[in-house]
Design a protein around this ligand. Structure first.
Ligand SMILES: Nc1ncnc2c1ncn2[C@@H]1O[C@H](COP(=O)(O)OP(=O)(O)O)[C@@H](O)[C@H]1O
Ligand SMILES: [Mg+2]
Length: 263
């Protein structure tokens, strides 16, 4: 299944990088003056790697992801995504409510240039990949929050990008559903060998999912510390190894927040 998502088919970047950020800074100009939001961020994401960016609210995570997505330009530094335009998934599902789940995905396929005759079958395949095989004809309002996020995930996968950018995609769903979606995302990541750059303020979520956790400081956002997560998948959020590393990272995050508070 999903051969077009298989690592072999992604060979062009197999030896290279999914994303490369070099000395990226971003400032916004407001009436109060210039605000430095991101300061000197250098980060590489390898093909097939799962990296989480962890940081407190307002530290610049969404700004960073928008830059990698190409929705905004860095003030200084450079960003490279050799595989082309990354796919994006946000906290809000941003599905079109007047379309069915299937048609939302088919629209993404159309934008990618998939011929009309193939879109229906491909949309069904993608819905099956997120375990929503029966939802093709369902309208968005008929779906639960968790199901909507699954459709949003299928739509992001429909872009057939090498790199998936996720901005707190599960922050608005309940804990049990989030747990299930973590499992699904891990499975899909393993099956497809996508590179994932996942942003969250939730330490346990970061450790549950990632091969590497990158902690951002606040105001400005800088890379404060990085951890490699060696815990074998599938992990559970309540695993003692996940809890232990989360505790260590939380200590560092607290320090960052305290440090910021003293400014
Ligand atoms: N387009 C913008 N114009 C001005 N300020 C912005 C803009 N986007 C983000 N910011 C500011 O950048 C900071 C970081 O925001 P954001 O990246 O959304 O943080 P996070 O996603 O970590 O919560 C905030 O202080 C926010 O007000
Ligand atoms: Mg954000």
């Amino acid at each position: 299944m999903a051969t077009n998502f298989a690592k072999a088919a992604r060979g062009i970047n197999a030896a290279g990088l999914a994303a490369g950020l070099e000395h990226v800074s971003k400032s916004f100009v407001s009436p109060a003056g210039q605000q430095l939001v991101l300061d000197d961020i250098s980060l590489d994401v390898a093909p097939g790697e799962f990296v989480t960016i962890l940081g407190a609210s307002g530290c610049g995570k969404s700004t960073l992801l928008n830059l990698v997505a190409g929705l905004d330009q860095p003030t200084t530094g450079s960003i490279n995504t050799p595989g082309g335009r990354p796919a994006l998934m946000f906290q809000e599902h941003a599905l079109f409510p007047w379309l069915t789940a299937g048609k939302n995905i088919e629209l993404a396929l159309r934008l990618r240039g998939v011929p009309k005759s193939e879109r229906h079958t491909e949309a069904k395949r993608l819905l099956e990949l997120v375990r929503l095989g029966g939802a093709h004809g369902k309208r968005v309002h008929e779906l639960s929050g968790g199901m909507r996020q699954r459709v949003a995930m299928a739509r992001a996968l429909a872009q057939d990008s090498d790199l998936l950018l996720m901005d707190e995609p599960f922050a608005a769903v309940d804990a049990i559903t989030r747990d299930v979606l973590h499992g699904e995302l891990t499975r899909i990541w393993e099956e497809t060998n996508l590179s994932v750059l996942f942003v969250t303020h939730n330490v346990r979520e970061a450790v549950r999912l990632a091969q590497r956790v990158v902690l951002l400081s606040s105001r400005p956002g800088r890379i404060a510390k990085e951890w490699t997560v060696d815990i074998p998948q599938p992990r559970r959020i309540e695993d003692s190894a996940v809890a232990e590393l989360s505790l260590e990272i939380t200590e560092h995050l607290r320090r960052e927040i305290r440090r910021h508070g003293q400014h």
